[in-house]
Write a protein of this length. Structure first.
Length: 539
């Protein structure tokens, strides 16, 4: 099967923080799992490089917008690579291939009749001498009376426009903007209301937050939305008379999934049309605030274009807080990914974000829980089982897997674990899948203790060989089961046991396999680090 896994595109005007990773990590788990299953996977994402925030930062630093976008794009790539994200292509919206694709898509929309020209009032700040993007207008939400930006309310999640905000202000200078007439192209989103309603009702594999929020938008009535804006930095509108206008970033960013997958397909000689046919399976990975762009706007764009596969599974995370407080980059209450990677193993971070992340409800990142989960589970359970088994083989069997018989009950448990874990991963239940694996790991430690190989090696060598041989098979299969979650430690085990060509199925390591380069998978983190990290955070 052809499987597209589409991770949201982080905005390239600042560094990645832990909230980005918590929302995007599920994409890599899915990609690694489906590759082990032997499916044709296309896992894409990229950096969102256009828009006024990048332009403003560039002006302040005296560089070009492209320089800012490229700086953070390269930083993002480094973060994702160090965290083990296995993108087939990590692109950027400033890429010429993407720009050409979006412009051609825009022309196709013109032919479809689903976009039209309209002259409407747009927010303009005379002090800043520019039209303001929606995110640069702040005011009072007309729906819930909370403070909101001009595109969406964070409190009630209502989709907004600057013109309907009460008490609007320019976020750049604080002055009240005026509203000037400007001609733009609009997507007739209202024309798709019944289609979107039926699409949501028939959906399967969506997170509950995506279903509920999307239904609410449709029930409130879909409004037509501008797909062009008076901006300087972005994809130019490919029409005479509109050269100074740009295709709105929320349109061209979601089209990045199409352009990146097409670029990847062409580079590999694969069929992009098959990837976007009805026979494919598509996963979309993002945070809760991006739900309507993937459940309503993207499906409408795909429908307007015609003959393109709609999103199947929407994996939308809830919010992540930091030490019990909302993450705020403006108030410097955030943990930056590059900084975190300088002090912690990537698998430690991945394990925490899977087990404690905002999968189905808001999650909290705390250094106490991070360090406790590392010491208690990764080191104390998994690392301990691997180390005690392999060190025993080094000492008692000259570093070679003993000839023994596999415990049939253990084999059946592992076969069942592959089935259950795989099903949960496909359903987007990553935390539960990981919990099942670690429940088995704890039982494996108990198995080792009960069989007492340190005694049977002296008085019942045949029994000892059977038990240690069984433990080796447990370790080998755990390294596959955990590969989507903990790829770095799994790679270490594969190296030690000379495992190659892994698949998502039970297998056995041959007797007499010589184990090499045995080392501990995880080192203990001292509890004193907790206070150090909290102190650093509050400085």
């Amino acid at each position: 099967m052809n499987i597209l896994i589409a991770g949201a595109w982080p905005y390239a005007n600042g560094s990645l923080h832990i909230g980005h990773i918590a929302a995007l990590l599920p994409g890599d788990i899915l990609a690694r799992y489906f590759r082990l299953k032997g499916e044709n996977v296309c896992y894409v994402s990229g950096s969102d490089c256009h828009g006024t925030p990048i332009q403003i930062r560039a002006s302040k630093e005296g560089v070009s917008p492209n320089a800012i976008a490229d700086r953070f794009h390269n930083e993002f790539k480094e973060c994702f690579e160090r965290l083990g994200f296995s993108y087939d292509l990590y692109n950027k919206t400033s890429d010429e291939y993407h720009i050409d694709f979006v412009q051609e898509f825009f022309k196709r929309l013109l032919e479809s009749g689903y976009i039209y020209k309209k002259t409407e009032l747009q927010a303009y700040c005379s002090s800043c001498d520019q039209f303001l993007p929606d995110r640069f207008v702040i005011g009072v939400c007309p729906n819930c009376s909370s403070v909101a930006r001009g595109y969406q309310c964070d409190i009630c999640s209502d989709l907004l426009e600057p013109s309907i905000l009460n008490e609007p202000k320019c976020t750049l200078c604080g002055n009240e903007p005026e509203f000037r007439l400007s001609e733009h192209f609009y997507l007739s989103l209202s024309s798709f209301e019944e289609f979107i309603r039926e699409y949501i009702d028939s959906s399967t594999g969506w997170r509950e937050n995506a279903i509920n929020l999307s239904k609410r938008y449709v029930n409130e009535g879909l409004r037509d939305r501008a797909i062009t804006r008076d901006l300087k930095w972005g994809v130019p509108v490919p029409l005479e008379g509109f050269e100074d206008k740009r295709i709105y970033v929320w349109v061209e960013a979601v089209l990045g999934y199409l352009s990146a997958s097409k670029k990847y397909s062409e580079e590999r000689g694969l069929s992009w049309e098959e990837l976007w046919s009805d026979k494919a399976l598509h996963y979309y990975i993002h945070g809760k605030d991006n739900i309507p762009f993937h459940s309503i706007i993207l499906p409408a764009l795909l429908k307007a274009h015609g003959n393109l596969h709609l999103p199947d599974r929407i994996i939308s995370s809830e919010y992540l807080t930091l030490e019990g407080k909302k993450i705020s980059t403006s108030q410097n209450w955030a943990v930056w990914v590059l900084d975190l990677l300088s002090r912690y193993q990537s698998d430690t971070l991945r394990y925490f974000f899977i087990g404690n992340g905002p999968e189905k409800r808001d999650g909290d990142f705390s250094f106490r829980e991070l360090i406790n989960s590392h010491n208690g589970e990764l080191l104390g359970a998994y690392g301990n089982f691997v180390n005690r088994t392999l060190v025993f083989i080094e000492k008692s069997f000259e570093g070679k897997v003993p000839q023994g018989k596999l415990d049939i009950l253990i084999k059946n448990e592992l076969i069942e674990l592959y089935e259950n874990t795989g099903r949960l991963i496909e359903e987007g239940c990553f935390k539960e899948a990981l919990e099942k694996i670690f429940l088995f790991i704890r039982s494996a430690n108990k198995y080792f203790d009960e069989k007492q190989p340190w005694l049977t090696v002296k008085n019942d060598i045949s029994n000892c060989k059977d038990r240690i041989y069984t433990c080796v098979q447990i370790i080998a299969n755990l390294s596959v089961l955990l590969e989507p979650f903990l790829p770095f430690s799994s790679a270490e085990v594969h190296n030690i046991l000379k495992i190659k060509d892994i698949k998502w199925e039970f297998f056995e390591v041959d007797s007499n396999t010589e184990i090499e380069n045995v080392k501990v998978l995880f080192e203990r983190i001292e509890k004193s680090r907790i206070e150090e990290e909290v102190y650093r955070l509050k400085k």
